[in-house]
Design a protein around this ligand. Structure first.
Ligand code: 5GP
Length: 187
C-alpha cells in the first residue's frame, strides 16, 4: 500500500522565505496542521503568541526539556526552539498533513525519529540575494543579522541532506514547487 507521508519539515536560512511559503500554504489549505513551536527569543513585530510561537522564559523552556515535553528541541541563533510533543503526535495519529518549520538540526532529529517524514530545504537563489533579503526584511538587529548570516552559511551546506531542495527565486514558483512535493507530483 502506498501511504502518503503526512509529516513535512521545511527548513531554510533566516530570510530564505520559508515563513512566507508556509503562510501561503496554510491559507490555501486550512486543514493542514502547523506545529507552533516554543521559543525563548524575543517576539518580533507581527509575532502572535500561540500562533507564530509560544514565547517562554529560558527557565521555563529548560523545565520543559527536563520534563520531556518536546518532540525535538535545538539551540538556534543563541535561543532555544522546540516542538511541543503532544500536538504533533496527535496530528500524526489523526493523519493530518503536518508542517513543521524547523532549523536544520530539528529537521535531522525529526527525520531520525520518523524516517518517512519529508524534508524540504528552501534555498535562496544566491548568497548575495539572500543577504540582501535578510537585511531588507528589517526585523533583526545588526548583531542578530550577523549571527544569522554566519549560521546560514553553515546551514546552506546541509541542503544536500534534505529530500528536496526548492530554490526560492520567484515566490510563486517556490510555493508551486512545495505544493507539488506535498501532493506527490514532484519528481
Ligand atoms: P526565527 O527566530 O527566525 O523565527 O527562527 C529561527 C530558526 O529557528 C528558523 O530556522 C526556524 O526554522 C527554527 N525553528 C523554529 N521553531 C523551531 C523548533 O521548534 N525546533 C527547531 N529545531 N527549530 C525551530
Amino acid at each position: 500500500m502506498n501511504v502518503r507521508p503526512n509529516l513535512y519539515i521545511i527548513s531554510s536560512v533566516a530570510g530564505g522565505g520559508k515563513s512566507t511559503i508556509i503562510a501561503a500554504l496554510l491559507k490555501e489549505f486550512p486543514d493542514f496542521y502547523f506545529s507552533v513551536s516554543c521559543t525563548t527569543r524575543e517576539p518580533r513585530p507581527g509575532d502572535v503568541e500561540g500562533k507564530t510561537y509560544y514565547f517562554l522564559s529560558t527557565e521555563e523552556f529548560r523545565k520543559r526539556i527536563a520534563e520531556g515535553q518536546f518532540y525535538e528541541w535545538a539551540e538556534v541563533h543563541g535561543n532555544y526552539y522546540g516542538t511541543p510533543k503532544g500536538p504533533i503526535i496527535e496530528a500524526i495519529r489523526d493523519h493530518r498533513v503536518a508542517l513543521l518549520d524547523l532549523d536544520v538540526q530539528g529537521a535531522k532529529s525529526v527525520k531520525d525519529l520518523r524516517p518517512e517524514s519529508v524534508t524540504i530545504f528552501i534555498e535562496p537563489p544566491s548568497r548575495e540575494i539572500w543577504i540582501e533579503r535578510l537585511i531588507r526584511r528589517g526585523t533583526d538587529s545588526q548583531t542578530s543579522i550577523e549571527r544569522r548570516i554566519e549560521n546560514g552559511i553553515r546551514e546552506l551546506d546541509e541542503a544536500p541532506n534534505f529530500d528536496y531542495v526548492v530554490v526560492n527565486d520567484q515566490l510563486e514558483d517556490a510555493i508551486r514547487d512545495v505544493k507539488s512535493i506535498l501532493f506527490g507530483t514532484k519528481k
